[in-house]
Write a protein of this length. Structure first.
Length: 274
């Protein structure tokens, strides 16, 4: 496929058809190398506890001094740094996601900085993102995985998509999201689906459907794996209580908190498109 301009966001009929069939779309470059360097540096600052805005991320699962071979994972880092906010709420990403999920508008659900160190990390078992977001009543969601470094080797522990699995409906949550067990999903009799490693260059963005089964392995290479993930929802999505989530805790502290059945709104969910 021809390499696109960093600012090309209109999708072709062919790209849309493949999204419907496969449940994922690799786009890019969406960000230039210079932008990637700035975003990665901002993520590293936040990981070190340096918050440009004075506000911390909503969830910090790794701090300096913790196990160096563990995955560094922080949620809603956009609250701590302006460069990250511009990246994860990018109109480029919002426009592409709106086309993929057929939404008139797009909001950020939450971001996630992920750093898998060389020779580190654990298996991330097969799962569906929307299965963890059941307070979003409608599966009009998309995960936008922004590569902050080249992921060109399966030894780096790239994401692996189970192509077409978004058509199989909602699976129950795995027993644990990270460990040594892949917990392979049980597919319907006669179903054969291809496992596709997500190999991308820095600045590319891998989009996948909220029901697409995916996972990743350990990074057994000598190279780190950097990404900032923008999880997005349609602006038409509504709030359904029942499954705990950090976003529920945070939005309930806001004056614009939606009631059950109402559309998500307020500062916890920045609008990205239009």
């Amino acid at each position: 496929m021809a390499v696109a301009s960093p600012h090309r966001t209109d999708l072709t009929e062919g790209e849309m058809a493949l999204w419907q069939e496969r449940g994922y779309h690799i786009h890019g470059p969406v960000f230039s190398r210079e932008e990637v360097d700035e975003i990665r540096a901002a993520c590293e600052e936040v990981t070190e506890g340096l918050y440009e805005t004075g506000n911390p991320p909503d969830v910090v699962n790794w701090r300096p001094g913790d196990e160096p071979l563990a995955v560094r994972k922080l949620d809603n880092t956009w609250k701590a740094n302006h460069t990250i906010r511009r990246a994860v709420t990018s109109r480029r990403i919002g426009h592409i996601a709106a086309q993929l999920i057929g939404a008139p508008s797009i909001r950020l659900w939450h971001d996630q900085y992920l750093y898998k160190p060389p020779q580190g990390g654990k298996v991330v078992t097969w799962h569906q993102d929307w299965a963890y977001w059941q307070m979003v009543a409608e599966c009009q969601t998309c995960t936008c995985w922004i590569a902050l470094g080249d992921v060109t080797n399966v030894d780096q522990g790239p994401m692996v998509y189970l192509e077409g699995s978004h058509k199989l409906g909602l699976y129950k949550l795995p027993e644990g999201i990270s460990g040594d067990d892949e917990q392979k999903p049980v597919l319907p009799n006669g179903t054969r689906l291809r496992e596709v490693p997500v190999l991308v260059k820095a600045g590319q963005v891998a989009f996948h459907h909220g029901l697409l089964l995916h996972g990743s392995g350990k990074n057994v290479s000598k190279q780190p794996r950097y990404a900032i993930v923008s999880h997005v929802i349609s602006g038409e999505c509504t709030y359904k209580p029942g499954q705990p989530h950090m976003n529920e805790t945070m939005m309930q502290q806001q004056p614009e908190c939606p009631a059950p059945g109402e559309k998500f709104r307020g500062p916890q969910f920045p609008q990205m498109w239009p």
